[in-house]
Write a protein that binds this ligand. Structure first.
Ligand code: GDP
Ligand code: IMO
Ligand code: MG
Length: 428
């Protein structure tokens, strides 16, 4: 079972970092294939808590080779900061490989991210402000800067000039900001080159050779299905393919090499930033989920929007990604509720929909149709076997399994590395 994709099945923050970390000791490579430092993964190892943004969570496991593949956008200053922070806590990060083809986030991408959001006013996306969207826009516009450009000062200068030409007009004339000097950007980027050089590789080749040699490679998605630029709630999405297809284009490993797709799904739902969210709660139940689940952004610290589990969203994710196994996280957060509603379909302007509607306005109007399940009050955080969970907790999991489009192979019962109930081996 050598190539495994792990992706978010909702709107992010499902616990992908913890799931990757759980598999870490059994994999040889962990690959980040999309997004950048907009991601925020919190991993709890013993008493230590790690917050990772750009680096794949596999970096916490000794012996694993972490890879930042071509589909990622890299803020190099953030990269070095994150590496330094891990080194200061005694971790070995020397194996990290970065694709020569990955694109670079520069200061002008960060600036443009912030000013364009401000200009959108009520139509704001609520981005993380890290320059992700503008860096991907430059990639698609063919004016992006790639990691390999940092090793040729002439090419770098030409490319930065080309990229800033239009942008400075825009910044000065439309957004009323100062122009950004080519030299400033070029000097900053060249200053990173020496430290970066030993990490840069043809990662597509490395990964294919690793698979040929029978190694196990885990592809760790950032963001999630409903934030995918093609399949998510556009325009309230991130600017990359966070679905399993992105693992192929974002890494240079062909789709027919993937053996398994693991979807991470929370036992309820959260979302950060703007956009439709049918099961969102505005009452004390929503506050309960936020408090009990500690739902505050790892990257921006924003309180996350909270709501009940949405089965059509899970089925949609199962279909778009080809999910073979779900990991259901944060079941423990629901402990203490008398009854747990689950969305099984939508009422959209008087018409029943069983699946996520293709029309975005319909999704904005979707009113959830709920089925209620009885809750449990026993503490489940120390449970390691499915049979030892309270009957109502087991029934809740089995009900979700029936309506979510794939089997639930593991269940998170607490933030710690070991707080997990495994029903089916995820790599077996
Ligand atoms: P990611 O972006 O998908 O990696 O998820 P985040 O790290 O942003 O958010 C998930 C949060 O839930 C983290 O703080 C994890 O420590 C925590 N977490 C993961 N699994 C569980 C679980 O089963 N129970 C509880 N209570 N917390 C969990
Ligand atoms: P992880 O990997 C939750 C959201 C932002 C915003 C939209 C676009 O931790 O699950 P961007 O900065 O990407 O252009 O913002 O996407 N967003 C996330 N929400 N988890 C994430 O990552 C996210 N990454 C981006 O809040 O609504
Ligand atoms: Mg997160």
């Amino acid at each position: 079972m050598p190539a495994i994709v792990l992706i978010g099945a909702q709107w992010g923050d499902e616990g992908k970092g913890k799931a990757t970390d759980l598999l870490g000791s059994r994999v040889d490579y962990v690959v980040k294939f999309n997004g950048g430092n907009n991601a925020g993964h919190t991993v709890v190892v013993g008493d230590e808590k790690y917050a990772l943004h750009l680096l794949p969570s596999g970096i916490l496991t000794p012996g694993v080779t972490p890879v930042i593949a071509n589909g990622v956008v890299v803020d190099i200053e953030v990269l070095f900061e994150e590496l330094d922070a891990l080194v200061s806590r005694g971790l070995d990060v020397s194996r990290l490989l970065i694709s020569a083809n990955a694109h670079v986030i520069t200061q002008y991408h960060r600036t443009i991210d912030k000013v364009t959001e401000r200009f959108l006013g009520k139509r704001q996306i609520g981005t993380t402000g890290r320059g992700i969207g503008p860096a991907y826009a430059d990639k698609i516009n063919r004016v992006g800067i790639r990691i390999q450009d940092l090793f040729d000062a002439n090419i770098l200068r030409q490319k930065v000039e080309g990229a800033l030409d239009q942008k400075n007009h825009l910044l000065v004339k439309v957004y009323n900001r100062r122009a950004i000097a080519v030299d400033e950007v070029v000097d900053e980027l060249l200053g990173y080159a020496d430290r970066l050089r030993p990490m840069v590789a043809d990662t597509g080749l490395v990964l294919n050779q690793a698979l040929d040699a029978g190694k196990t490679v885990l592809f760790e998605g950032g963001q999630a299905t409903m934030l995918d630029v093609d399949h998510g709630t556009y325009p309230f999405v991130t600017s990359s393919n966070a679905t399993s297809g992105g693992a192929a284009t974002g890494s240079g490993v062909a789709p027919n090499r993937f053996d398994r797709v693991i979807g991470i799904v929370k036992a309820y739902t959260t979302r950060v930033g703007a956009g439709p969210f049918p099961t969102e709660l505005f009452d004390e139940a929503g506050e309960f989920l936020r408090t009990a689940g500690f739902e505050f952004g790892t990257t921006t610290g924003r309180p996350r929007r909270t709501g009940w589990y949405d089965a059509p969203v899970a089925r949609y994710a199962a279909r778009i990604n080809g999910i073979t196994d779900f990991v259901l996280t944060k079941l423990d957060v629901l402990t203490g509720l008398d009854a747990i509603p689950v969305c099984v379909g939508y009422d959209i302007d008087g018409v029943r929909f069983d699946e996520v509607p293709v029309n975005q306005s319909d999704f904005h109007h979707a009113v959830p149709i709920y089925q209620e399940f009885p809750g449990w009050s026993e503490d489940i955080t120390g449970v390691t076997e499915f049979e030892k969970l309270p009957k109502n907790a087991r029934d809740y999991v089995l009900a979700l399994e029936r309506i979510s489009g794939s089997r639930i192979s593991a269940i998170g019962v607490g933030p710690g590395r070991d707080a997990i109930v495994v029903r089916h081996d995820l790599l077996g």
